[in-house]
Design a protein around this ligand. Structure first.
Ligand code: PMP
Length: 393
């Protein structure tokens, strides 16, 4: 029977990682996978995370199951981190999930349970896994204009015009901050218009928040999500992989913001049901680490400080790269990178140009010319800048 299976398309980013590993060149530069790296190319365990793990190890007395929704203290901590006081806690249903991907997947499943005919609107472009999960679930997808290839910024007008076509019972996927792959986020005024439009149309916003703290800071990066949640019903998939640096622990949360407490109770039962069907109890270790860090003033302050160092480091690299490109080209045409947020920027290179930079300079970026800024350091910034100019960008 197994021979009846079909080949599945390889994940492009994972294939790129393998190609990078196989490249024997010393000077190769990995700007592919979306993992934070320090200037030495390491993805460190954050200080507060290490300390929290030590405390957990010393204090944990059992590893029996938690609850289907995960530890309620984790949900409380994450709802507070993401939503602040934008909505009363009693209106938010929340469950722990295996990573942000688990939350995204179950958010889509919840949409399908609410409305089997729902159209899910996604930005063009979006994280490829969104599309692949939606396809796997057999759900109907429509793209909305998002990234303007000419300005390398958000096409706010196109976005609003396309979203005006969303109907009651549809869901609209939005990247809460640090859009992947473009790095380009809507302005506050555009977010307000999007929130108003979706409310008017009766479409459900579904926010994917995978990089809170990587863009403009923990509070600023949550602003759009909070505005959408304050406006009515909303789903939120939040990942702890990046901002806590606990990628492999698979820690995320799916939230459903309801209009009233009774609907929130119903949503909570449905979210727990979905956990039960998919994997039963969610992973706990990463969630416990996050709860410990967020619940202890000292650990939290240290985590916030380290997250801020990471954020500032990435902004510094952007500034260096933009400055180097100004120097080489005598123009400011690459300054768009300074308005991009978080780890990613889309450079606007063609697939051929991307391939040329890989072949000639050992610079690995995703085929759509997304770079992971954190893959750079002071030594490699000039190498990338030179290659970009040489390839004709
Ligand atoms: N959404 C987006 C937009 C992402 O970029 C990622 C990470 N690549 C995720 C969700 C999920 O990450 P994880 O499952 O590792 O928490």
């Amino acid at each position: 029977m197994l021979d009846q299976l079909k080949d599945q398309p390889a994940d492009k980013i994972l294939s790129l990682m393998a190609a990078f590993r196989a490249d024997p060149r010393d000077g190769k530069i990995d700007l592919g996978v979306g993992v934070y790296k320090d200037p030495e190319g390491r993805t460190p365990v954050m200080r507060a995370v290490r300390e929290a793990e030590k405390r957990i190890w010393e204090q944990e007395t059992t590893k029996t199951y938690t609850a289907l929704a995960g530890d309620p203290a984790f949900s409380d901590a994450m709802v507070a981190l993401v939503l602040g006081d934008a909505v009363p806690r009693s209106r938010v249903a929340a469950v722990a999930t295996p990573g942000g991907t688990g939350a995204v997947r179950q958010g889509f499943e919840l949409i399908r349970m609410m409305n089997p005919d729902a159209v899910v609107w996604v930005p063009e472009p979006t994280w490829p896994n969104h599309l692949s999960i939606l396809k796997h679930l057999g759900m109907t997808v429509k793209g909305y204009r998002y990234f303007d290839e000419d300005t390398l910024g958000v096409d706010a007008e196109g976005m609003l015009a396309d979203l005006a076509g969303a109907k009651a019972g549809d869901a609209v996927l939005l990247h809460g901050c640090c859009h992947n792959p473009s790095g380009s986020d809507p302005e506050a005024g555009t977010w307000e218009k999007v929130a108003g439009l979706l409310r008017e149309r009766g479409a459900l916003p579904f926010v994917d928040l995978a990089y809170q703290g990587f863009g403009d800071g923990l509070e600023a990066d949550a602003r759009a999500t909070r505005a959408l949640a304050a406006g009515g019903e909303c789903l939120i998939a939040a990942s702890c992989s990046k901002n806590f640096g606990i990628y492999r622990e698979r820690t995320g949360v799916l939230m459903a913001v309801s209009g009233d407490d009774a609907v929130a109770t119903l949503a909570q039962a449905n979210l727990a049901y979905l956990n039960r069907q998919n994997f039963s109890f969610p992973p706990d270790h990463g969630a416990r680490v996050v709860t410990t860090v967020l619940g202890d003033a000292g650990l939290r302050a240290d985590w916030e400080a380290e997250l801020e160092e990471i954020r500032a480091g990435m902004i510094g690299l952007r500034q260096q790269l933009a400055a180097e490109l100004r120097r080489l080209t005598n123009s400011d045409r690459f300054d768009f990178m300074l308005s991009h947020k978080g780890m990613f920027s889309r450079l606007g290179a063609s697939p051929e140009q991307v391939e040329w930079m890989r072949a000639e300079h050992g610079i690995y970026m995703v085929g759509d010319s997304r770079i992971n800024v954190a893959g750079l350091n002071a030594r490699t910034v000039p190498v990338l800048a030179k290659a970009m100019v040489e390839v004709g960008l």
